[in-house]
Design a protein around this ligand. Structure first.
Ligand SMILES: C[S@@+](CC[C@H](N)C(=O)[O-])C[C@H]1O[C@@H](n2cnc3c(N)ncnc32)[C@H](O)[C@@H]1O
Length: 222
C-alpha cells in the first residue's frame, strides 16, 4: 500500500478502531507501556500513535510526542487528549518515513502495531533510529513472523489480504533489524495467545554501547 492508501484506510477505520483493534491489542499495549520504566522528563516519541489509545498509560511527568499520517486517527487521539487532560502530550500529523524532527531528539521511540502497518518499514525504522539518541531505546510491539514453517506458509497466504486492511503478517524481526545498529535487550511474548512480541532495543548508532535510555540510567539488559 502507498502512503495515500494507508491514510485512507486508517481514516476510514478511525470511528470503529477502538472498538475492534483497541480491544484485541489492549492487554499487551497497556502492559507494554506500563513496563517501560520511564524516567521523569524522558522524551518519548510514539510513532503511529493512532487514536492515542495508549496515551493515558504513560506517566504524566514525561514528554510524549505522537505522530500519525491518518488525520482521522489523529482527530480521535486529540479528543482523547482533551478528555483525559493530557497536557504532556503533543500530537502531530506526520509521515514516520520522513519525520520532521532533528537527529537524536528522543530518549525512547515506541511503535505499537506499526512496523507491519506502514508502506515501507525500512524507511520508518531508519527514521526511528535517526531521531532517537545514541544509546536510547527503540521499542516495537508487534506480530513478527517466526521460523515455524507452517505458520509462515499461512502468514504468506493471508498477507496480501491483510495488506488491504492495513497490515502485513509476513515480516520477521530479523528482517526488520537487518543492517541496523539496533541491539535487542528484551524480547517477550506479551499476550495470552503469544502472538505479539515486545521487542526492546538499544540504539547503538555511531558505535554507542548505551543501555537503552540515552543517558545510562535504565541499565536493563536481558
Ligand atoms: C494498527 S494501527 C496502530 C495504532 C496504535 N499504535 C495502537 O496501538 O493501536 C497503525 C497506525 O500506524 C499509522 N501509520 C501507518 N503508516 C504510517 C506512516 N508512514 N507514518 C505515520 N503513521 C503511519 C496508521 O495511520 C495507524 O494509525
Amino acid at each position: 500500500m502507498d502512503i495515500a492508501k494507508v491514510e485512507r484506510v486508517y481514516t476510514s477505520y478511525s470511528g470503529v478502531y477502538d472498538q475492534i483493534f483497541g480491544k484485541i491489542f489492549h492487554e499487551s499495549r497497556e502492559a507494554c507501556v506500563r513496563n517501560l520504566r520511564i524516567r521523569p522528563e524522558e522524551n518519548i516519541l510514539e510513532v503511529g500513535v493512532g487514536t492515542g489509545i495508549a496515551l493515558e498509560y504513560y506517566p504524566k511527568n514525561c514528554n510524549i510526542t505522537g505522530i500519525d499520517l491518518s488525520s482521522g486517527m489523529l482527530a480521535k487521539a486529540r479528543q482523547r487528549q482533551s478528555h483525559y487532560h493530557l497536557d504532556h502530550v503533543r500530537l502531530m500529523l506526520m509521515d514516520a518515513g520522513k519525520m520532521e524532527f532533528a537527529d537524536d531528539t528522543f530518549d525512547t521511540v515506541m511503535a505499537a502495531y506499526v512496523v507491519t502497518a506502514v508502506p515501507d518499514y525500512r524507511k520508518v525504522v531508519n527514521e526511528m533510529i535517526r531521531v532517537c539518541k545514541p544509546g536510547g531505546r527503540i521499542i516495537m510491539l508487534n506480530h513478527f513472523s517466526n521460523g515455524n514453517k507452517l505458520v509462515a506458509a499461512v502468514e504468506k497466504v493471508i498477507s496480501p489480504l491483510c495488506k488491504h486492511i492495513g497490515f502485513r503478517t509476513d515480516l520477521s524481526l530479523n528482517t526488520v533489524l537487518e543492517g541496523t545498529d539496533l541491539h535487542v535487550t528484551r524480547k517477550e511474548k506479551v499476550n495470552p495467545m503469544k502472538f505479539w512480541h515486545l521487542v526492546e532495543c538499544v540504539n547503538r548508532k555511531g558505535g554507542v554501547n548505551g543501555n537503552g535510555n540515552g543517558n545510562g540510567k535504565h541499565g536493563h539488559v536481558s
